[in-house]
Design a protein around this ligand. Structure first.
Ligand code: B12
Ligand code: SF4
Ligand code: SF4
Length: 313
């Protein structure tokens, strides 16, 4: 058992690396430094129909309201970048966002974070408790990761690591014990505006601010009803999520390295399927091809809606 908190923090980071996390950092559990920006974003209605984001904004910006004995937060990131034929889709073939090309990252990361929490409990004094989150918890995950030193906010609003780019997914453990915090990451976009210029729907309405209602990721995954007509012809063959503002980012072009994680290697179903074939797909085929995949979220009907809007000339 590590004898002091500095050694414990070092041991936690080694354990996180052993479990397959590419980055790991620690921050304290004080409220977010970006409470005002988050509330402004909600006031502007940029969350669209994602009502859960507006339900209790104070809770979402203060980890102590989520876990009252919170003292520290461990932030982890897992690289999901791959290079494959799935990137080479022709206009009549579908492109799935990189994170959705194989297994659902919630299912990949959550058990490993639970294992990390169990390791911490086994290696600290009795009474240590924690909570594990991947994406769906009431936390501003990018802000926590920024404070824990994993990266900084890009103008596309992604958390970017200077050495690794932005193709990684985030998760956290909130703990009731104090740990030495890391320093926030230093970095920035400088004068670059490539992502703002490349976004086909002008969803990045100002540097660091995405209006979900215009984002292809929201329109193809989160939106339940019809996609507004103004986006006809702008979504193209991106039928589940969108990576354009990351693909054009110099920090990914130069630094992203492919992951060896088997769960993130593209499966056949997400590698250049013909749009016309997706329109013909039956419920049974959909269930079989997208088992354990994030694509299940749209259901077959939603995927067909996306293909139809994408194919609009
Ligand atoms: C809602 C949501 C969405 C929405 C809204 C996205 C958005 N930009 O807000 C939609 C559906 C559009 C979306 C899309 C995507 N998402 Co999403 N999403 C979330 C979720 C659940 C909440 C995000 C949120 O609170 N947004 C509100 C804004 C205001 O907060 P924020 O994004 O954290 O932005 C911070 C900064 O921008 C800063 N800020 C705000 N204003 C200003 C102004 C200035 C001047 C400055 C300096 C900073 C600043 O403060 C904010 C507070 O932390 C998180 C998980 C989580 N619980 O945090 C995942 C998450 C952000 N998504 C993720 C991913 C991977 C994606 C997609 C790439 C998926 C895809 N390929 O289609 C796209 C990327 C689109 C984009 N450019 O953001 C990852 C991001 C990982 C990373 N490296 O950053 C997360 C963290 C999930 C995870 N666990 O890994 N997403
Ligand atoms: S994910 Fe696509 S649609 Fe959304 S902000 Fe980035 S480029 Fe624009
Ligand atoms: S494309 Fe340029 S402006 Fe956009 S996030 Fe990357 S470095 Fe920043």
């Amino acid at each position: 058992m590590p004898t002091n908190r500095t050694d414990l923090a070092t041991a936690i980071k080694s354990e996180a690396a052993r479990l397959g996390f590419d980055l790991c950092g620690i921050t304290d559990a004080r409220p977010s430094d970006f409470r005002t920006e988050y509330k402004q974003w909600l006031d502007n209605g940029f969350h669209g129909e994602m009502g859960y984001l507006a339900r209790d904004p104070n809770r979402r910006t203060d980890p102590n309201l989520v876990f009252p004995s919170a003292k520290s937060i461990i932030s982890v990131a897992m690289n999901y970048y791959t290079e494959s034929d799935a990137d080479k889709a022709a206009p009549d073939e579908a492109i799935f966002a990189r994170y959705a090309r194989n297994e659902d990252y919630h299912d990949v990361m959550t058990p490993r974070l639970r294992e990390l929490l169990n390791w911490i409990i086994a290696n600290t004094d009795p009474g240590t408790e924690g909570k594990v989150y991947v994406d769906t918890g009431p936390l501003l995950e990018r802000e926590i990761a920024r404070r824990a030193g994993l990266g900084w906010f890009g103008k596309n609003s992604m958390l970017i690591n200077t050495k690794r780019g932005s193709y990684f997914l985030l998760g956290e453990i909130i703990l009731n014990i104090e740990l030495p915090p890391d320093k926030p990451a230093i970095g920035g976009c400088g004068t670059c505006t490539k992502c703002l210029d490349a976004c086909p729907t002008q969803a990045i309405v100002a540097p660091y601010v995405v209006d979900s209602r215009r984002c292809i990721s929201y329109l193809t995954i989160e939106l339940k009803g019809d996609i507004p007509e103004e986006f006809n012809g702008k979504i193209g063959n991106r039928i589940f999520g969108c990576d354009i503002c990351q693909d054009v980012c110099p920090f990914n072009e130069r630094r992203a390295t492919p992951t060896t994680e088997p769960a993130f290697q593209p499966r056949t179903a997400t590698t250049r399927p013909k749009l016309a074939d997706l329109l013909e797909m039956t419920e049974e085929e959909f269930r079989e091809k997208f088992r354990k995949s994030p694509v299940k979220r749209t259901k077959l009907q939603g995927m067909k809606r996306n293909v139809e809007v994408g194919a609009w000339e």
